[in-house]
Design a protein around this ligand. Structure first.
Ligand code: AMP
Ligand code: MG
Length: 338
């Protein structure tokens, strides 16, 4: 057992398909990071089914995390949870578990913004201080950087998220989750075999981008059956990734920051990493990718952001711990940054 005088935060993630519990020391050492993903039998995430999954596995994931961290729950100093953005039923399940734990242990509760947490875990794990961050996942696509007390959004999707775009196309192409492999990773494998670049819509509007027209066009071509599926996967990736890369590059040029951070589930994609690395090099910026374990939604990022919040005076009274489905990153004060 670890020494009880060490301070720990336990963080709960439940914004969408993953239920995760992480435990972090106040110095940022991650002692446990356990997740259980809801995989729909068919189609996309059904919020109520995902929430039911989270309620069923909460107990198991919690005790696995505590065992892994090898700490007595009574030594937890604070409980944090992802308060938003995300799917209502999923968020509420995680918040309920967090409230119950905080009340039972009689410790403070801290509601954490899920998008801020993706950026903070990326910074922690890559020793990055003040990056332009590209956060790309199943539910979010945005370029953010710290300015005047908050992460400001420099560009974002106007409709669907990048991961969602890849997942819907992958499902239409008949790809399935195999051996726990995300759909985006299955699509990435097929894309490496693509040879021909098929013409598809490219929609960047100012600093924002739109992916729904690209997805519709790619699915329509797939259904017509005139192109190899590998070529369509390759072309979809090239177009979508170029769009996010263009917006990211302009944010780098505008802010003149010297670090670029790629975070979120889609950060695992090698082709996207290569594109962003070359952009960073052109702007003399250091390129960093969040390690694979912390790319998709996870409890460790909520625990670490809970530590940052709590140690800078932020706590969430139970009566203010309602979930925030559309909680934008630029609405969150981040007093730990100057
Ligand atoms: P998150 O929402 O952060 O949990 O991330 C999940 C998203 O990341 C899903 O849309 C996945 O398909 C996507 N994803 C995971 N691995 C990869 C990959 N190698 N390439 C592209 N997308 C990926
Ligand atoms: Mg997820």
């Amino acid at each position: 057992m670890k020494e009880p005088e060490e301070a720990y935060c336990l963080g709960i993630e439940s914004t969408a398909d993953d239920f995760g519990v992480g435990i972090s020391t106040f110095q940022g050492e991650i002692l446990a990071n356990i997740s259980d993903a809801y995989i729909p039998e068919e189609g996309g995430i059904h919020p109520r089914e995902a929430a039911r999954h989270h309620a069923e596995v909460a107990d198991k994931v919690l005790s696995e995390a505590l065992t892994k961290a090898n700490i007595n729950p009574k030594t937890l100093r604070v409980i944090s949870f992802a308060q938003g953005p995300g799917l209502g039923p999923c968020l509420r399940t995680g918040a309920t578990v967090a409230r119950a734990l905080a009340s039972y242990l009689d410790v403070p509760l801290v509601g954490v913004n899920h998008s801020v947490a993706h950026i903070e875990i990326g910074k922690l794990k890559t020793c990055t201080r003040d990056p332009v961050a590209l956060y790309v996942s199943g539910g979010n696509t945005l370029v953010a950087a710290f300015e005047c007390g908050r992460y400001r959004i420099f560009g974002e999707t106007l409709d669907i998220a990048l991961g969602n775009c890849l997942d819907v196309f992958a499902r239409e192409a008949g790809l399935r989750h195999r051996q726990g492999l995300p759909l985006g990773a299955a699509l990435e494998q097929l894309a490496t075999k693509g040879e021909k670049l098929v013409s598809l819509p490219y929609t960047v509007k100012g600093m924002d981008l739109s992916l729904s027209g690209l997805l519709t066009a790619a699915v329509t071509l797939l259904q017509k059956g005139k192109h190899k599926v590998e070529d369509l996967c390759y072309s979809l990736q090239e177009n979508a990734f170029s769009m996010v890369a263009e917006v990211t590059e302009r944010a780098l040029a505008h802010t003149e920051k010297k670090e670029l951070l790629l975070t979120g589930g889609v950060a695992a994609n090698k082709r996207l990493q290569t594109m962003l690395k070359s952009i960073a090099e052109e702007h003399n910026a250091r390129f960093n990718v969040v390690p694979h374990e912390f790319a998709t939604d996870n409890g460790a990022m909520i625990a670490w952001t809970g530590v940052l919040s709590y140690t800078h005076g932020l706590v969430t009274p139970v009566e203010e711990s309602f979930v925030k489905l559309r909680w934008r990153v630029d609405k969150v004060d981040v007093p730990w940054l100057k």
